[in-house]
Design a protein around this ligand. Structure first.
Ligand code: PPE
Length: 305
């Protein structure tokens, strides 16, 4: 259950949590054309709070809206500032930020006409997405029978609400089978990404992650690629198959919610030693130092409240 906060930013104003409601004729609720973001704010080692890569998330929200033919009636600066303000108003030092833009009430039918584009920002405390134990020990994943949408149908670069039906079906399927998370293949049969995460594999010290073709360009993915290169690792953006995944030394997911989550098993094949691998651990430590402001080299990635 999402922990209740005081206020939600809705169409430019703060409203009480229980009053942040929409009408049943909200266009997005019927047809799924809406866009969202997921951003994290961390409580830093010096007591301040910092939002990780706020500008990049806001830019992606606006790009998602562009892809979806939606005009968000605020500037990027206003949305960025509203993200900060929503945390402040709710007294949250750390948490998840969910900007959401949707098409409101007006006409029905597939052409939304002049229905208003509405915007909200919700914040809530969110711990380890795949469990604290998952972060430490790794999770068990299964390749879903659902395939990621074709690049010409899903618009994977956009965080469009309706795209997530595919992810939710995949995740539900594998959770029912007793796994923790799903991996989806692309329409050509190569590994694409997790239900809400990008994926990396490591073999003989070389990191590989799927190219952008069928995936969301994860902001954590870029961050991890930079951090890994700085630590001296080579990182390739290259397609790989499920059998390559089975036989690799280490596997991990990246995402705002998932952070860096090690994978210890794929389709009942044990990955490496069956626990978090050493390079994954090194990257996790480096990543948490960055997001918590301990590494001044990456200060530019943080927006302090
Ligand atoms: N792929 C998908 C499909 C995806 O949804 C996410 C984020 C990523 C990759 C990683 O992107 P980034 O967060 O920029 O590193 N998934 C968001 C939604 C999670 C949810 O359950 O809701 C997230 O992590 O915030």
């Amino acid at each position: 259950m999402v922990e209740k906060t005081e206020k939600i930013w809705m169409d430019g104003k703060f409203v009480n949590f229980d009053e942040a409601n929409v009408h049943l004729l909200t266009h997005t609720m019927h047809y799924g054309l809406g866009v969202f973001e997921g951003i994290r704010c961390y409580h830093c080692h010096d007591g301040r709070s910092a939002i990780f890569r706020l500008r990049e998330h806001v830019d992606r929200l606006f790009n998602s809206a562009k892809i979806a033919f939606m005009e968000i009636p605020y500037s990027r600066e206003e949305i960025a500032e509203a993200c900060k303000e929503t945390l402040r108003v709710n007294g949250l030092k750390e948490g998840y930020i969910r900007p959401l833009a949707w098409i409101g009430q007006g006409v029905m039918g597939l052409y939304p006409g002049d229905n208003p584009v509405r915007t909200a920002i919700i914040v809530w405390p969110w711990g380890a997405y795949l469990g604290e134990e998952g972060l430490q020990k790794g999770i068990r994943v299964k390749i879903s029978s659902f395939t990621r949408g074709h690049v010409n149908s899903s618009m994977s670069k956009a965080k469009i609400c309706g795209n997530y039906v595919n992810s939710v079906l995949a995740k539900r399927e594998v959770i029912k089978m007793g796994y923790d998370e799903a991996i989806l293949m692309d329409t050509e049969g190569y590994v694409s990404e997790g239900s809400g995460e990008n994926i990396f594999i490591i073999k003989d010290g070389l990191l590989k992650t799927t190219p952008l073709t069928s995936i969301l360009g994860g902001i954590t993915r870029y961050a991890v690629m930079s951090i890994a290169r700085d630590l001296g690792y080579d990182v390739a953006e290259e397609r790989f198959t499920r059998d390559e995944l089975y036989c690799t030394d280490e596997v991990f997911f990246t995402g705002t919610a998932a952070e860096i989550t090690p994978v210890r098993e794929v389709d009942d094949r044990i990955i490496g030693p069956g626990q978090r691998g050493p390079i994954t651990k090194e990257l996790q430590d480096a990543f948490f130092d960055v997001v918590k402001g301990k590494n001044t080299k990456y200060e530019g990635w943080l927006s302090y409240l």
